[in-house]
Design a protein around this ligand. Structure first.
Ligand code: FAD
Ligand code: FES
Length: 270
């Protein structure tokens, strides 16, 4: 079997750019070779002459010809990504890490708890759950953003609801048009009766922390809470140690972890 270089990106063309919020855009990429990924895995996105950074695809893994990646402007690489236009050429390395263990969710209620751009991997997950929805007891989405303007995928929630996903949303600060809940995302727990089976959380560290504590308080078991952990990365394949989290490397052993696996590690929410 030919040896492939794990550091060599696959060339991909940007075919669509969608402005989600003032600081978040979704890029559709068509790679020269098909990239098959499991929902929850990530890729390293290279901007030529700038560098690379890790992102989780936000599209369905069942769509093989193209991949959506939703990116918040945070610093050097993401600023360069936000300048990309249709037709530009970039690189993709991956898929890397482990995805969500979907088989463990079969027959159960799956609660998806998201905040801000943390909705990116969760969109991929939701599309995957919806595609095989008869395998799950119920799919519930609780999503929070800072303001109505900061909500990503604004035009897609209605379609997910039509597919049977029970959706509740909140914003920290409403405006004249906002008719849903105001408050941090955990306020949504009083709107829905849950079976406390499987919970999947992704968002800013503070939201992951208080979201997890709320889940534990209402009776979720630590081994049934799945968190997407973010650490600064370099190699992405378990060689350099940049992404160490206690005994784990986030790139190789994660980025998805059960809370029970990492709860005794110091500073997991930093
Ligand atoms: C597995 C994984 C999946 C991710 N998926 C997404 C995604 O789908 N969409 C998205 O918008 N972002 C995602 N991120 C975060 C994204 O990788 C960072 O925002 C990006 O690396 C910042 O690069 P930069 O060069 O623009 O910023 P830098 O110039 O490197 O830094 C800007 C600021 O962001 C902080 N920062 C840098 N890297 C990270 C990081 N990995 N986590 C937290 N803070 C960081 C720095 O400390 C600094 O304060 C993911 C991160 C990981 C590890
Ligand atoms: S990024 Fe190098 S070990 Fe994880």
């Amino acid at each position: 079997m030919p040896l492939t270089n794990p550091y060599k990106p696959i060339i991909a063309k940007v075919t669509r750019v969608v402005d989600e919020t003032p600081s978040i855009k979704t890029f559709t990429l068509v790679p020269e070779e098909k990239i098959e990924f499991k929902t929850g895995q990530f890729v390293q996105f290279t901007v030529p002459e700038v560098g690379e950074a890790p992102f989780t695809p936000s599209s369905s893994p069942f769509v093989k010809e193209e991949m959506d990646i939703t990116i918040m402007k945070a610093g050097r690489v993401t600023e360069a990504i936000h300048c990309l236009k249709e037709g530009d050429i970039v690189g993709i390395r991956g898929p890397l890490g482990k995805g969500y263990p979907l088989e463990e969710f079969y027959g159960k209620e799956v609660l998806v708890l998201g905040g801000g751009v943390g909705m990116a991997p969760l969109r991929s997950l939701l599309l995957t759950l919806i595609a095989q929805k008869t395998k799950f007891k119920r799919i519930v989405l609780l999503y929070g953003a800072r303001t109505p303007e900061d909500i990503v995928y604004k035009d897609q929630f209605a379609a997910w609801e039509q597919e049977g996903v029970k959706i509740h949303r909140s914003v920290d600060k409403g405006d004249g048009t906002w008719k849903e809940r105001v408050g941090v995302v955990t306020v949504l727990f009083d709107e829905v009766k849950l079976d406390n089976e499987i919970a999947i959380v992704c968002g800013p560290p503070i939201m992951m922390k208080f979201g997890t504590f709320k889940l534990l308080e209402i009776g979720y078991k630590p081994e049934n809470i799945y968190l997407s952990m973010e650490k600064n990365m370099s190699c992405g394949i378990g060689k350099c140690g940049h992404c160490a989290l206690g005994p784990y490397f986030v790139c190789k052993d994660g980025p998805v972890f059960k809370y029970s696996e990492i709860k005794n590690i110091e500073d997991i929410w930093d």
